[in-house]
Design a protein around this ligand. Structure first.
Ligand code: GLN
Length: 448
């Protein structure tokens, strides 16, 4: 019944939101019936709950496009590790969610398929790249979804839609079967409407995976266990760079209010500095584009996906397939990345970016030697208009200035709702120590 109702609600809401690329109704109904027959016990307490999946997570037998023309006909023959975990928990994947093409973007407008709308105002973007994952949860289509975050793609859309989104510590969740954008930065994480649901969802997808060479062999605590509401004595840092120029006054005001709430709850909040974070955007766009240019070499029209019809020889297959199959933003990144990795430029760009990345990471290490958490805004603005920034890549890139350093340092980061500005949701970002998502959830729960 729940699965049925979910599809009815999705179909009604999709007219306004356009969050899904694919709905796998038949498969989901079969799964629901099988779970009904099996029954719900303590072991599968989340059984039957519908979940939406970002379309860059490979799903066996279900179209997986990464919102690109080049994968518009790709039906994977295997499941991502997170999908095995989703099925293992008897959650029901109901469909695949829209995103920026190959997760490159901050508004979901670079999708080949459709433009998803913000759940609060359909003239605004839902953020990106996981815009479909955020809007579908915020609009009440589904209670939980999975997204991916390379430079902010879970946190920024969570902020823009007024929900909870968490990017786990790098290595916490397996990347096996996540279509790679920038392998040293990508992580999968959950979107939900409440902090507790988020903690439960993260438990469902976490854990060591031998199929992912960067998966961490650390134990997975019960993330919901510390949700007591008591954060007395917690030490919280507020970087002054996160409240500097360029942050909208309404966003700043909401964060100032959040700081007061944390103090009222018995935490201490002190101003600190992350001096190297100002180079985050430059460093990120060199590293992420370089890794992307390498990762996207596999889309050649030979093995799977779209192939150009307009070919005379092998060279044409590669060139025409990629020319026709990739959108402008993806091509921009491939060119930028190929340039930064080229002989003669490597030392000045890719290598240098790696060195500055280390400095950014050390900034965080220093703060976390003294504090439990870092807070600040998730994004400098609230959701902007559809079409407003799409032809201005620099403005679009700068929207990630507050989320990117977290990926560069491999830290966990989350966004939770912290009021409104101009009638649109503001996100509060909470950054934790490596593998200390529990403390983040604890603070978020007390704040909620
Ligand atoms: N908006 C950033 C970009 O375009 C981040 C994307 C992401 O986290 N996948 O690269």
């Amino acid at each position: 019944d729940l699965t049925n109702e979910t599809y009815a609600r999705i179909k009604e809401t999709e007219k306004d939101i356009d969050a899904f690329i694919t709905l796998n109704e038949e498969k989901a109904m079969d799964l629901a019936k099988a779970i009904d027959a099996k029954g719900i016990t303590e072991e599968n307490a989340m059984a039957g709950i519908p979940i939406g999946i970002k379309d860059n997570i490979v799903t066996k037998g279900i179209l997986t496009t990464a919102a690109s023309k080049i994968l518009s006909n790709f039906e994977p023959i295997y499941d991502a590790t997170v999908m095995e975990k989703v099925y293992g928990a008897d959650l029901i994947p109901v469909g695949k969610l829209n995103m920026d093409e190959f997760a490159m973007g901050g508004s979901s407008e670079t999708s080949y398929f459709k433009k998803t709308k913000n759940a609060w105002d359909q003239t605004k973007v839902p953020g990106g790249s996981s815009g479909g994952s955020a809007a579908a949860v915020a609009a009440g289509e589904i209670p939980v979804s999975l997204g991916s975050d390379t430079g902010g793609s879970i946190r920024q859309p969570a902020a823009f839609n007024g929900i909870v989104g968490l990017k786990p510590t790098y290595g916490r969740v397996s990347r096996f079967g996540l279509i790679a954008f920038a392998s040293s930065l990508d992580q999968i994480g959950p979107f939900t409407r409440t902090v507790k649901d988020n903690a439960l969802a993260l438990n469902a997808i976490s854990g060591y995976d031998p199929k992912d060479g960067t998966s961490a062999g650390v134990s997975v605590p019960d993330f919901a266990a510390g949700l007591t509401g008591d954060i007395k004595g917690m030490k919280i840092a507020l970087p002054k760079e996160y409240m500097a120029e360029g942050i909208e006054p309404g966003v700043k005001a909401a964060i100032v209010k959040a700081v007061e709430t944390f103090k009222a709850l018995g935490a201490t909040v002190e101003e600190v500095s992350l001096p190297y974070s100002k180079y985050g955007v430059e460093v990120y766009y060199i590293i992420a584009s370089s890794e992307a240019s390498s990762n996207l070499q596999r889309f050649d029209g030979i093995r799977y996906g779209y192939r150009s019809e307009d070919v005379q020889n092998l060279e044409d297959v590669y060139v025409n397939t990629r020319t026709e199959g990739f959108g402008d933003e993806v091509k921009r990144r491939i060119m930028l990345g190929t340039f930064s990795l080229s002989a003669g430029y490597y030392d000045a760009y890719f290598k240098k970016a790696g060195q500055v990345r280390t400095l950014i990471k050390r900034d965080f290490d220093k703060i976390f030697a003294e504090y439990d958490l870092i807070i600040g805004p998730t994004a400098p603005t609230v959701a902007f208009g559809i079409g407003e920034n799409i032809n201005d890549p620099i403005t679009m890139y700068l929207n990630d200035i507050l989320t990117i350093p977290v990926n560069l340092a491999g830290l966990p980061g989350m966004s939770i709702p912290a009021g409104f500005s101009e009638g649109l949701p503001v996100g509060l970002q909470i950054i934790g120590k490596h593998f200390d998502e529990s403390t983040m959830y604890k603070a978020a729960y007390a704040f909620e």
